[in-house]
Design a binder for this molecule. Structure first.
Ligand code: FES
Length: 530
């Protein structure tokens, strides 16, 4: 086996995440109307764990997923299990006091403990291991936060959190904080075993099953139309990354949406000679920050390195982010041999804390995990199970989706929500390039103005062009081409569509319209094939 930057070039890089090499069990679509106690919409980590815990608590559940389970954001995770939050303890203490900060820390601890307990109970072989985490000064060297990290370590001691300042963090050789007892596992090995525990005794898992119409008009139950059939239930849990509106009214659903924003994060995977680096998790203080996970296997180590986050749909030349990651990784691990790269979406909330709880009678939501979805998605399952069993827990008010605190958070609430009017006007008023269909090369996409309309044109490798309305079906902004993922991404609220127009990520709930359905168009008169 060759290692190092040169050997990376030998590889045809896989566009799939490291975890997706594992096959999950397959489930059939909804083919008849059924009744259950609780319907969980979204078959990622949050949905699967919630369904599992609710079934364990004696409920009949149905878990529905519009594609394949664990193949959306969950499959693109970097699989850090951690109680460290993006906010840091100093900011947490400032906004929520010592008790609040400690409660947020304990949430992560409780979730990791629950994951370990499930793995032990169900005897799941998924490479779970307790490893340390390191937060260290910026590897871009853009600012020196040594003093702030020292202060964080002191605050951790004050809170009774086991973390200490170190002068040299492994691999990066920088000052930082060592946090023991974090963890890592193989998320899809874990979820493959967990999802298999759900069906039976009146509970179900369905794939290729999209929730289309929610009816909560009758106060005694909720009816959801899926694949033309009805699922009738007492409660609905929306566990899609970006929450569907469900039975929530439009004003309330829109208000919820202003409390989080989707960001795209880039990741590369690389092989290393055995024992090159200690098994651990790392985060630096760059903005946006880089993150690294090192795994030890029998014949080689494997690293997952990510960063370069930006708001979804708001970056050009997205492939450059992968180039930067590879160059940066080789500065610190020159023998790394990169064999795959992928990107994922993370939802940042307005104050850095997740939004978990009831949004309206009979409907729960769990979102805004800020890149810590495996840990906080597990916590969401625990909290929703507690609520449905009438138990209160210490995080109920802290993570309540209706909480009002809008200041002192991780981003500025008002400026963050200016994206919608800004991009709506900018993209519509911007003069379009004078380009015809023939200017779009195979494997590429572009938004063109054809017959006075913005059209999202994608040409496949065989030369066939697919033409879709470039108007986002959420609230009418113009989608942008994402070259790294070959998708159409909306800069306003982060909806994503594949090259056929199908929704990959909300808040849009309906596909981009084929151009033939745009009123008054005759674009077929223009050549679509080469
Ligand atoms: Fe909201 Fe596109 S207009 S996601």
């Amino acid at each position: 086996m060759l290692f190092g930057p040169e050997s990376s070039k030998e590889f045809n890089l896989s566009p799939q995440s490291y975890w997706k090499q594992v096959t999950l069990p397959q489930f059939s679509p909804v083919r008849e109307s059924i009744k259950v106690d609780i319907l969980i919409v979204g078959g990622g980590n949050t949905g699967i764990v919630t369904a599992y815990l609710l079934k364990q608590a004696g409920h009949r559940v149905a878990l529905i997923e519009r594609g394949r389970c664990a193949h959306g954001s969950t499959g693109n995770t970097t699989a850090h299990l951690t109680s460290v939050t993006d906010l840091g303890l100093t900011k947490l203490v400032r906004s929520h006091g010592l008790a609040g900060a400690r409660a947020v820390w304990d949430a992560g601890v409780a979730a990791i403990d629950k994951i370990q307990e499930i793995i032990t109970t169900e005897k799941i072989e998924c490479e779970f291991e307790r490893i340390p985490g390191y937060i260290h000064t910026s590897i871009r060297g853009e600012h020196d936060e040594t003093f702030q990290l020292q202060r964080e370590a002191e605050l951790a001691q004050e809170l009774g959190v086991s973390a200490k300042f170190v002068n040299r963090v492994p691999i990066f050789g920088r000052e930082g904080i060592r946090v023991p007892d974090q963890a890592k596992f193989h998320p899809l090995k874990y979820l493959a075993a967990l999802v298999a525990c759900i069906p039976g005794d009146g509970s179900h898992v369905f794939e290729q099953s999209e929730a289309r119409v929610f009816d909560g008009a009758n106060r005694d139950f909720v009816r959801v139309q899926v694949n033309g059939h009805m699922i009738t239930c007492q409660q609905v849990v929306i566990a899609t990354d970006v929450p569907l509106s469900g039975i929530n009214n439009l004003a309330s659903a829109t208000l919820l949406q202003t409390k989080f924003a989707p960001y795209t994060s880039y990741v590369i995977g690389a092989k290393l000679p055995p024992n090159t680096a200690p098994a651990a998790l790392f985060w630096d203080t760059s903005r946006p920050y880089y993150y690294l996970r090192v795994d030890h296997h029998l014949h080689e180590d494997y690293v997952v390195f990510g960063g370069n986050d930006h708001k979804t749909g708001q970056a050009e030349r997205t492939n450059d982010n992968f180039v930067d990651l590879e160059t940066t990784l080789h500065r610190f691990l020159p023998t790394a041999c990169v064999d795959r790269r992928w990107s994922g979406q993370v939802l940042e909330s307005h104050d850095g804390l997740p939004l978990i709880g009831q949004v309206v009678q009979r409907q729960f939501v769990a979102t805004g995990f800020s890149g810590n979805g495996l840990t906080l998605g597990t916590l969401a399952g625990m909290m929703i199970r507690d609520s449905l069993m009438g138990r209160k827990n210490q995080w109920h008010d802290l993570f309540d989706p209706h909480r009002l605190q809008l200041r002192g958070g991780i981003w500025n609430y008002l400026s963050e929500n200016l994206d919608y009017p800004y991009y709506l006007l900018k993209d519509r008023l911007m003069p379009s390039e004078n380009r015809g269909l023939e200017s779009v090369n195979p494997g590429q996409g572009a938004v063109l103005k054809l017959n006075g309309q913005r059209v999202a044109v994608y040409r496949n490798e065989d030369g066939h062009a697919t033409k879709l309305s470039a108007v986002c079906t959420h609230m009418g902004c113009i989608v942008h081409w994402n070259e790294a993922e070959s998708s159409w991404d909306c800069p306003c609220h982060g909806a994503r569509f594949d090259v056929t127009g199908k929704v990959i990520a909300g808040p849009a709930e309906t596909p981009l319209k084929p151009v033939e359905q745009i009123q008054g168009q005759n674009l077929d008169a223009q050549s679509s094939d080469r």
